[in-house]
Design a binder for this molecule. Structure first.
Ligand SMILES: Nc1nc2c(ncn2[C@@H]2O[C@H](COP(=O)(O)OP(=O)(O)O)[C@@H](O)[C@H]2O)c(=O)[nH]1
Ligand SMILES: [Mg+2]
Length: 426
């Protein structure tokens, strides 16, 4: 979907809106939904140059939108040289084809867009398989629908229907076979998951994962927390994907900050399993930052959704039951409420503005404290010549005390259990 750097794909985002009432609340909800769709589209590298909310009046099975709307949007998109139109709704295959013909550009619907995002971001083998499965099921459902449509269209020519029907049946069978095979592979991956879980962890630093709804400000916060210190030249960080970056904390400790796929409102049910699979990396995290847009009209409901999905992962045995103890709630976009001080306090939650930077020092300190909670304190005596190992301790742990005595350097250091085991291994 994304093209080579330098030639960004220009996209339009169109939101069909069915709620008839014109109240301020409905308008706000439509605006929030459009902002989400724009954010999702931008997240796969498309440049959104046009967007619109289109009220739907009556049933238009052929094109979803009315004739006047189709024409007006076609003109607007042509003027902006749009090559991909995202329609934030479920489109039937025939509607999609008709719109592509009318607009002369590629059209994708909500499910197609979300599958694209998940496909780009799936990292674990389970995630990749789960996304592929959802993709095939999406394709299969569209074949079925387009087949019944063709059949209906042919009507009296039923005796001519043979070849097309046979082709679609063959395609369906192929997809069906592949689905069966994928499901079997998934079963296998799940059975060995417990074994892989520790092996998958390749990064020798604590991992801090961002979760939350799309548009909550995860990526903005990711950049604000790490921007000044891109450690890309570092061997280790160079091998990480762009959604992970080094983070330096007030204690001097280093951590990895990991951006994840955002939650999406009204996620189509057939995509729930795929979405949860993309969240698996959260299970590996030492700290979970739950980023919330506290200015959003559905902020409280969104919070409930995130907690419910993570709790569901606990039931599936993917996430440890103590994840709440490892998480920090980040109340973002405080600037829109008049600053951090104006945000009503909520337990141990930290109010910030990723845009103005207000509250970020407090958040860094909270991350530091949360990592320390899971750490163990150890005492070591190192030979004076052992500078490399001493440096390693400074890099990975928190040196609490140091005494350069005649016989050795005595240090008391706070370490993650895994780092302690690594250091003490002969
Ligand atoms: N006013 C304000 N806007 C923010 C803040 N953080 C993010 N945004 C905006 O919210 C939108 C979504 O942000 P983004 O980081 O892409 O969200 P993500 O989908 O969670 O990664 C962007 O337009 C940001 O500029 C904030 O603290 N204050
Ligand atoms: Mg993002």
């Amino acid at each position: 979907m994304t093209e080579a750097a330098g030639t960004p794909t220009r996209a339009a985002v169109l939101l069909p809106w069915t709620r008839p009432d014109q109240s301020g609340e409905a308008t706000r909800a439509a605006g929030a939904r459009l902002a989400e769709a724009v954010g999702l589209t931008a997240s796969i590298g498309l440049v959104v140059v046009h967007s619109a909310i289109l009220p739907l009046r009556g049933m238009r099975p052929a094109t979803l939108f009315g004739t006047g709307q189709v024409e007006a949007q076609g003109v607007a998109m042509q003027a902006q040289e749009v090559t991909v139109a995202v329609v934030d709704a479920q489109l039937g295959p025939v509607q999609q084809r008709n719109l592509e013909r009318a607009w002369g550009c590629k059209v994708i619907d909500r499910t197609g867009l979300i599958l694209e995002i998940f496909g780009e971001r799936a990292r674990t083998s389970e995630g990749t398989l789960q996304v592929e499965l959802a993709h095939l099921e999406y394709q299969r459902s569209r074949l079925v629908r387009s087949w019944t449509h063709l059949e209906r269209q042919r009507g009296g020519f039923g005796f001519l229907g043979g070849p097309g029907e046979t082709q679609i049946e063959a395609d369906r069978r192929l997809i069906g076979d592949r689905i069966v095979r994928l499901k079997r592979e998934l079963e296998q991956v799940r059975r060995t998951r417990a074994l892989h879980r520790t092996a998958r962890r390749r990064v020798p630093f604590p991992v801090v994962a961002l979760v939350g709804y799309t548009n909550a400000g995860k990526s903005t916060l990711f950049n604000a927390l790490t921007g000044a210190e891109v450690v890309a030249r570092d061997q280790l960080f160079a091998t990480l994907d762009p959604t992970m970056r080094g983070l330096r904390l007030p204690s001097g400790r280093r951590a990895i900050l990991s951006d994840t796929v955002g939650f999406i409102s009204e996620l189509p049910t057939e995509l729930v399993a795929a979405f949860r699979a993309t969240l698996e990396e959260v299970a590996e995290a030492d700290v979970i930052l739950h980023v919330r847009d506290i200015s959003h009209p559905d902020s409280a409901a969104q919070r409930g959704d995130v907690v419910a999905v993570l709790d569901g992962m606990v039931e599936d045995g993917v996430l440890d039951a103590d994840w709440q103890d490892r998480s920090i709630e980040v109340l973002n976009k405080a600037d829109l409420l008049g600053g951090v001080a104006a945000v009503p306090p909520r337990g141990a939650a930290v109010a910030v503005s990723a845009v103005t930077g207000e509250g970020l020092p407090g958040l860094r300190a909270a991350i530091d404290a949360r990592i320390s909670l899971g750490m163990e304190v150890a005492d070591y005596a190192l030979a004076h010549a052992d500078g490399a190992r001493l440096a390693w301790l400074y890099e990975h742990g928190e040196v609490l005390a140091r005494d350069d005595a005649d016989d050795a350097v005595h240090v008391r250091v706070r370490l993650l259990p895994a780092d302690r085991a690594r250091f003490e291994r002969p």
